[in-house]
Design a protein around this ligand. Sequence first.
Ligand SMILES: [Zn+2]
Length: 421
Amino acid sequence: MMYRSSLKRTSEKIHTFSKFGDAGHGGITRYSLSDEAKQARQYYVERMTKIGATIETDDFANMYATLPGSDSNAKRIVMASHADSVKNGGNYDGILGVIGAMEVLETVAAEKIPHKHPLTAMIWTNEEGSLYPPAMMSSGVVCNAYLPKEIAKNFKEENMLASKSVLDKVSTFGEALEKSGLKGAKENRLSPDKYKAMFELHIEQGPILENAGLDVGVVTCVLGMFNTRIKFYGQAAHAGTFPMEFRQDALFAAAQVLCYLHAEIDKLGHPELVYTTGEMVVHPCVHTVIPDYVDFSIDVRHEDPEVLKKVYQIVRSLEGKEWAKCRCEVVDQWNRDTVYFDKKLVGYVKEAAEELHTKHQYINSGAGHDAQFAAYVLPTTMIFVSSEKGLSHCEPEHTSDEVCNEGISVLLNAVLKCDKE
Ligand SMILES: [Zn+2]
């Protein structure tokens, strides 16, 4: 038997959450632990309490609303995402996964759908890390013991609590957590002893589904990636007096290398490969001075580690070479392997989409999500809904209520399939 979530309730929640942190031009700014974030959580608590769910909070203010199942000893099935946003973000990234989880519980309660396992709608704290970096902070802490060492070291609990606000550069995440009144008990954390599986519904944040005329993506993995800095050392001199032929212009060297990298990487001929230079530091950054130092980032993502290795070799080959008479240095930042989601759960999502006649395809995630850390702890998977024009992390971010609700119906039926195992 297939069930459908309620479009009316889904619309109501999308509309209401979009008021908490409304920036006045169509989107929201809702930093984790802010007053706006607390209002959003209050609304979640009200709705979840109304249907008889029990609310728990852990020591990182992650919240869990749980509806009991017929077997009180059975492990919980959790649906989770985040309620915080980037600055001037949209009304869907993260919060749609919370809305979806809430809607699944509300549908199950309203239609008295029989289920064995307790069902939990969860909010992760500080996924965006836009006020207190890094991104995926709480899942990084809660899942820490299960993560590969080189990832885990970036999410040490004490360092996270000491993370400073990007605005005032003084106040810390730990202080905000204490002040929020949302801090609960460590034993409430997500754990494999208490939880059987996790699902995360999220917007795609890219144009693939829309371009294919589809509503839902059955996510199979989060792409592997590496991140490297490329540095150039030149000589500063006066812009008006120093002849061109003697210059060691670090920015000119960097510009040449950026074009070289694009040409060489594109020659590999992998259409799904994505790579980005999003950050550049220019020193001294004065219009009358030839730059003596430039450093830029390169972020490379692909599912296949062999493809990543080939790109890495191209990047690495720059080391020690001279460009425009400037020495080049390559410094590795970090990397991660592709995280594959649980095959059985991916299968449930696929079956649910087929049985509901939802327009769907398999897809991978180029973006990081809390689910990718949870995947090291317990069987986990994700569902995407299409993003209009592929936009996210901006105010025009949009997915229609109907498509959101379609994704939620897929989530609901996939969860019920998991419940029947
Ligand atoms: Zn998100």
